[in-house]
Design a protein. Structure first.
Length: 385
């Protein structure tokens, strides 16, 4: 197996952990950062004291009963329908691994998208078929296009909502149609909804309410606790959930008991965590919108409908790489679009940085002085990735 370098993670590591680290982190895809003190302050004294009675040893590969019960209550399913994983990334690898059969294909969103969606099945020897998310159509999913990609060898159909990095949201009606397609064709539908329930318009129900859907969630994005390294798979088919447990025993075996206990605490108080995430993203998205409007001769965008990221583009048609390098040098971290297969775009996170307005002002100063935004020496069309 050959794995291509994870260039997105490399870019973020370079700047998150540089000396000095970047001042304004607008490259992250998470919500507002919590400290251990912040999280513990949500609990009652008895909840905090229980942490000191933990045995620092293995927990069950399926996940502790307490955590699976908390996730199940959170998603309105049963605890036996929950498999705990080490973040959403392990969940995706388990699902792709178990789909990897001779002549198998998977159907995933075309880039821009989270790199694992393409790299994991490719590395496992599967054919990757991609449906397009076109910016001229506001990144809406075309169910008819998906239907044409699915055949008798399709093992897995993946939907990401809210989508990373565009923030697009597949509607409940569209998802129900995709679910019917998957059931008709005997294909496993996987919905990655790690940014659920952060929406910037009408709320959307979780895909966990669809009886045939496999749902991936985690503590990193909407729950803002990436350092816990916890995720989950919701699955109604007992045979599949058993296979997930067996697969995990060959990956990370189990989570840390401390992480799982803190995860239980977080889910008991998830309303407060989500309320903070919604407040921060609402305020910062308004600031970002004003910035794009002020510099509409330089940037275009499709306003995200959910999640913590947007995916603007340079109207010049140039690669955003130089602009992102200059922004990082000025103390503002962005993620170049070529990391997502869309070179004139860049990802900007508006959930993690509490000083987002200061970072945007620094970015405005750069826009006024940089040469990297001048038009490229080619005609620029309006169609997008």
């Amino acid at each position: 197996m050959h794995l291509n370098p994870d260039v997105l993670n490399a870019w973020l590591n370079e700047h998150h952990f540089g000396t000095p680290p970047v001042e304004f982190d607008l490259g992250a895809s998470t919500g507002p950062v919590w400290t251990l003190e912040d999280l513990l302050a949500l609990g009652e004294p008895d909840e905090r004291r229980q942490l000191f009675d933990l045995s620092i040893s293995y927990v069950h590969s399926r996940g502790s009963h307490a955590l699976r019960t908390a996730i199940a209550a959170h998603a309105s399913v049963e605890p036996e329908q929950v498999q705990v994983t080490t973040g959403g990334a392990e969940a995706l690898w388990i699902l792709f691994l178990l789909a990897a059969e001779p002549s198998a294909n998977v159907v995933v969103p075309e880039r821009p998208g989270f790199p694992t969606f393409n790299e994991a099945p490719r590395a496992l020897g599967m054919e990757v078929r991609s449906y397009r998310l076109r910016r001229e159509h506001d990144y809406r999913v075309d169910v008819g296009e998906i239907r044409e990609l699915v055949d008798g060898n399709t093992k897995l159909l993946l939907v990401n909502r809210p989508h990373n990095p565009t923030g697009a949201v597949v509607t409940e009606m569209q998802l129900a149609e995709i679910d019917r397609l998957a059931v008709e064709q005997g294909v496993q539908l996987v919905v990655d909804e790690v940014f659920h329930p952060i929406y910037h318009g009408p709320p959307v129900k979780s895909a966990a309410q669809l009886p045939g859907a496999t749902v991936v969630g985690d503590f990193s994005k909407a729950l803002c606790l990436s350092g816990l390294r916890l995720g989950w798979i919701i699955e109604r088919e007992p045979e599949r959930i058993e296979r997930y447990e067996h697969a995990r025993s060959y990956f990370t075996v189990s989570s840390s008991p401390l992480s799982e206990a803190l995860g239980v605490l977080a889910l008991r108080h998830s309303d407060l965590i989500y309320a903070r995430a919604r407040s921060v993203t609402r305020r910062n998205l308004a600031v970002l919108g004003e910035f794009i409007d002020r510099h509409s001769d330089q940037f275009g965008w499709v306003r995200p409908a959910g999640g913590c990221t947007a995916f603007p583009w340079l109207v010049s048609g140039r690669s955003s790489r130089d602009f992102c390098r200059e922004a990082a040098a000025a103390g503002v971290l962005l993620a170049p679009g070529d990391l997502f297969g869309a070179q004139e775009h860049f990802r900007i996170g508006f959930g993690a940085c509490e000083r987002f307005d200061e970072g945007i002002e620094r970015l405005s100063e750069l826009v006024a002085s940089t040469a990297s935004l001048r038009p490229a020496n080619r005609a620029v069309g309006k169609s997008g990735p």
